[in-house]
Design a protein around this ligand. Sequence first.
Ligand code: FAD
Length: 545
Amino acid sequence: VAARSSETTNSGTTQQVDVAVVGAGFAGLYLLHRLRKAGFSAVVIEDAGDVGGTWYWNRYPGARCDIQTMDYSYTFDPELDREWTWSEKYATQPEILRYFGFVADRYDLRRDIRFNTRVKAANWDDASERWQLTTDNGADVSCRYYIMATGCLSTPKPPEIDGVKDFKGAIYFTGRWPHDGVDLAGKRVAVIGTGSSGIQSIPLIAEQAAHLTVFQRTASFALPAHNGPAPDDRKTYFEADRAAYREQARWSLAGVPYPQEMAVSWQLSDAERRERFEKAWAAGDLVHILTQLWADQAADFDGNALIGKLIHEKIRAVVKDPDTAAALSPHDHPFGSKRPCLDTNYYATYNRPNVTLVNLRQEPIKAITASGIVTDKRSVDLDVIVFATGFDAMTGAIMAVHPITGRAGKSLSSVWAQGPQTYLGLTVAGFPNLFMITGPGSPSVLSNMAVSIEQHVDWVVDRLAALRDAGFTTMEATETAQAGWAQHMADCSMLTLHRLANTWYTGANVPGKAQALMPYTSGVGPYRGICNEVVSRGMLGFRLT
Ligand code: FAD
């Protein structure tokens, strides 16, 4: 372990460190561990009361991961990997939160984390070549390097419906669920939103509530989770050579080790396609069904539409009421262009007598009133409204730090007014020594985030150490490199179907948000190769001083 280059000091009310990290989730915890090992003084600032990020906040009933937990884990330390065994294929939120507590204890991380503290603003000072962070709670922070590990899905979207304040019942957000839980027994409950959080929570809420009304704007594709123990075939593959398994994940498309599928849809007969689809459906694995059916499934509209039809059939087979089945069947986006969800009893829940689906495409919500929700066609009396309306994704938490001011007093919000501009999704021209973990322009939410986060953290910390060792103090993307990355992003996006859907990937779920496909679409392996090449070509696209 290298000696610390400087110790944490306090001057006046300002804490002085080499590196300030914002966020103590998956990314922030690993950052702190790596920064310490590399000899940097570091502080992590976290709004929450403890570690875990996503898994601290999202405590709604049914909250689980949707990438198999065996894959959705840290891989940087084989001993840690061996010391923790997941109880299920898809672990629950409490178990994942326990894992982060275990990691924090194992590496003694909490002593450098300031909890219950929000970073409000960040300003770069050219003269001292340092960032000044303003917090809402006690000492500000002065740092050479400012790393935003603020999360892609950490800023819940505020309700867009008139009258929320008038409602006399209780209101909950899945992304800010009370720690003590909520007793919904005997209550008339509404869930607004049928993305991943809605789909996970609806079956459990329906079991408790007297009546559940689900308000759906956009139907999602949901695939059976078939949760239980980790599947034997994957476990055997993993245990045979853990290091090789992890390495294959790092170079894969989605961060889970599956081979690249070569056969295109039109080379396969109907029977062959059906067989592949049924196998994927039975596997209960998001990445399998997203990548292993046929090679053109995510690139060609017709190849993709075949999957949509097969899933519509599955929905009709479960949901007894034909109108409800039709409303639950997505027709407005290609499969995979919006994040598909995992179904544990989701579609079957609509067969319960105490559950009603309201299709907002046919009867939009007019208002929330003191007693409930009024649509064009009905008025629903309610005791509880649950907003499962998602997040201001990818840029929400970054932009919530306001202002972030770079060189010449330029603010990030002005630079990003037409949509986020980054180099590699990691850095922004004009904002030296600022880094974003899984920022817009990186594969992030289109991948197993565990793999993407570790790649970003390793790349950033390795760069900071190399910078220090070579005697440089700043690192900044050039405008040319940033423009080149935007062009490359646009070129890659033309090869996928994501651009054809209005989703949180494009910012379309947030009124007034500039629309652009934010994640990098060509996969984590190719992306890792590019980041490595940037380094091997002498920090191509960066200005070092
Ligand atoms: P987060 O976990 O979001 O942590 C960011 C932290 O930063 C938060 O704790 C927040 O409080 C803090 N923060 C933000 N702004 C500030 C500020 N200004 N000041 C102080 N603190 C701040 N990904 C997968 O790959 N597989 C899955 O199965 C999966 N399941 C998910 C399920 C749910 C319900 C959700 C919401 C997301 C899921 N994700 C999944 C995505 C998930 O967000 C990432 O996998 C991962 O947890 C992100 O880690 P992170 O550290 O980057 O960010």
